[in-house]
Write a protein that binds this ligand. Structure first.
Ligand code: ADP
Ligand code: MG
Length: 373
């Protein structure tokens, strides 16, 4: 039987701490119970073949020496991971890869990090590359930033690698390497669940605006004589003249405080307080950081109308998903309320589902030897 390594990697939601991972602030994501599965089998002919269950994805093949620009489309994340491994001194002889997913792609739940971390973990395992979890995270980030061209921070990779059942992961991006601390979550025992509202929206300006926000934050930090904006004191917003940079800084400072408040609220099982903090985060992202969009704002409003304790957009913004902390008996009302509001706007029907904090990337014994065609 051929040696097949199977890795399951979850997606993530970020509970709070948005747009802080490139500003040296704290972030609090959790891995969710929807995963991407990567199966890997060795080849020795310098070729990588990859199959995916993404709609319309045909088999893609490329050389292990693949370079940026040579593979685009969905397989760029896979080619990027193989390139990133080689670029960091871990060249592989070749592989067959099969990717199957129960995590919607492009929904802001980080299917990209699940895919890159899954490919890197499976290849590390198969070829005994000796990578640790932190190396896998860096390989995956390098793939997304250096190959696909998305200048992402490290939050998503660390979240999907370090997540655990009933825990969030507090990541301190002020230090290198970033530290990760588990934060026990108790809302389910107290009769609450976390619902995701996948808006289905993805605005074209997302990538450009993400780069623009990073640039604005760097400019604000430079004007304040700081390396990272999250280091700023409360006087920073008074010291900056530019109204836009002032608003961006206000978000970074208040969001940093909200993450600390959220960790305290979770520790005290003060769920209404946590809800208030989540909703305040959304207002800050909408008004000061300006990365929300009508679909996210309406999802949050509808969730609150339906009885959620708090709700906010999660992820980079301009589409993707929102989260809401809500009693399970109100999830159906929430779904109906969001659907009604979306119908009024003639938007596509959003998907609403409950997620549970789950284990990060892990190897699963593969029962079938069949791989690809
Ligand atoms: P998100 O991370 O929010 O889901 P991204 O646009 O960052 O959205 O990443 C989506 C990309 O991740 C897809 O275009 C594809 O390249 C990759 N991906 C996600 N799911 C799969 C899959 N099942 N098979 C192969 N690639 C996938
Ligand atoms: Mg992504």
């Amino acid at each position: 039987m051929t040696d097949v390594r199977r890795w399951d990697v979850p997606g993530r939601v970020n509970l709070i701490g948005e747009h802080l991972d490139y500003n040296g602030g704290p972030v609090l994501p959790m891995a969710i119970d929807r995963t991407v599965t990567v199966k890997a089998r060795a080849r020795d002919d310098g070729t990588v073949n990859v199959w995916s269950d993404l709609p319309g994805a045909a088999k893609v093949s490329f050389a292990v020496t693949v370079q940026p620009g040579e593979v685009d489309g969905w397989a760029a994340y896979v080619a990027g991971t193989v390139w990133s491994l080689a670029d960091r001194g871990h060249a592989i002889p070749g592989a067959d890869l099969v990717i199957e997913s129960r995590l919607p792609a492009g929904a802001g739940l980080s299917s990209s990090a699940a895919t890159t971390c899954g490919v890197a973990s499976a290849l590390d395992d198969l070829f005994s590359l000796g990578l640790g979890t932190d190396d896998v995270a860096l390989v995956a980030q390098h793939a997304e930033a250096g190959y696909v061209g998305a200048p992402v921070g490290l939050m998503d990779q660390l979240a999907v690698l370090h997540g655990a059942a009933e825990q969030a992961v507090l990541i301190d991006t002020a230090v290198t390497p970033h530290t990760t601390t588990p934060v026990a979550l108790g809302w389910e025992a107290d009769g609450l669940v976390l619902a995701v509202i996948a808006t289905g929206a993805h605005h074209a300006l997302a990538d450009g605006e993400y780069a623009a926000r990073r640039d604005e934050c760097e400019r604000a930090a430079a004007e304040l004589g700081l390396e990272r904006l999250a280091q700023a004191g409360l006087d920073a917003t008074v010291m900056l003249a530019d109204e836009t940079l002032k608003a961006r800084t206000r978000h970074v400072l208040t969001e940093t405080a909200r993450v600390r408040g959220a960790v305290t609220a979770i520790g005290r099982r003060a769920w209404p307080q946590l809800g208030t903090i989540l909703t305040a985060s959304h207002a800050s992202l909408r008004d000061d950081f300006e990365v929300s969009c009508p679909e996210l704002d309406v999802a949050v409003e509808a969730a609150l109308e339906a009885g959620a304790l708090g709700a906010r957009m999660t992820g980079g913004g301009f589409g993707g998903s929102a989260i809401a902390l809500v009693p399970p008996e109100k999830v159906q009302a929430l779904r109906e309320r969001v659907e009604v509001r979306y119908e009024q706007h003639q938007w596509k029907r959003p998907e609403v589902f409950v997620v549970h904090a789950s284990d990060g990337a892990h190897r699963v014994p593969d029962t079938g030897a069949r791989l690809g065609g």
